[in-house]
Design a protein around this ligand. Sequence first.
Ligand code: GAF
Length: 378
Amino acid sequence: MTGHEPDGSWSAPGRVNLIGEHTDYNEGYVLPFAIPHRTHVALGGRADGRIRVVSTFDEVPVEVPLDALEALFPDARDEVPEWSRYPLGVAWALLHAAGRATDAVTGVDIAIASDVPVGAGLSSSAAIESATAYALNDTWALELEPVALARSGQRAENEAVGAPTGIMDQMASVLGREDAAIFLDCRTLETDVVDLGFTANGLELLVIDTRVSHAHSTGGYRERRASCERGAQLMGVPALRDVQLTDLPAAEARMDEVTFRRVRHIVTENQRVLDTVRTLREQGPRAIGDLLTASHASMRDDFEISTPELDTAVDTALAAGALGARMTGGGFGGAAIALVEDELRDAVADAVRTVFTAAGRATPHIFTVRAGSGAGRD
Ligand code: GAF
């Protein structure tokens, strides 16, 4: 794609969030895992101090002098195409994180190819950010640790792209482990690896990509985040992480009904993450189904980020025998997950396709995923 051989290639995965939705920016708990779908970045140095990005997202490459990044982000980001703000934003954020001047690093050609489904809530954006961060960290010898690379990816997403997201996706993409989820405390950024044991227990995790992504997702996300901040302020705490289940009656008395429901989702979801980690460890994956399904109900009724397509996917999977199901990711479209017995996998997938077809909806893209490894050099 760039006309010369790269110096190396790096890759990073998308993620499925098993449970813990919209809790990350409330300094709470999440339990994502990396998926086998990855974004690959090939990188070669160049002598002219410029950064050029080319990708499978758009046939037109984008090229800027490295010393123009500072003027571009965040205020002038509209001057470059949206997809290019991810890798260029990561370059900008990394140089800040490492305290390195643009003339102290070499120019680069970056080629990006991805098989992470876009718009499915599987974090195709974090996969680009993490793969680019690893490639530049090695090439520029920045010596940043994985958590710093994840933070730079988040900064790129927040400031260079303009999406007010939390840290979950980048941490999952960077720290992913085979057959395990990453239990992350988003306040301290402490992590713990939690074995999933799906295969050993005769289970599969189905991803049901509804292929519907709603245009208002960024606005809806931003609005939910603002409600949570308002809720925390009304409770007199730094973040909703500090509100306990036993505080909910007091919360209800202190705020309007909609804000209260947003708060209740976060507070109960944090508890469900803790319960899921404990249940996985003490009883195994077969026992977590009801927690997944309760999480979906909370997102549908309290946080109001589900869609008719996601509700149909979840309800149909459950009716066809799934142990538990929920939408995953930021919401307003994208994918649901369903935990199913091996032998029910095809029946559940067929049932979902049949119901979607009968309702005249687009056929969902349904596949199984296992937890895979995090970002690194290929
Ligand atoms: C998106 C965001 F990028 C994450 O930070 C997280 O908030 C998630 O939505 C919802 O849990 O993936």
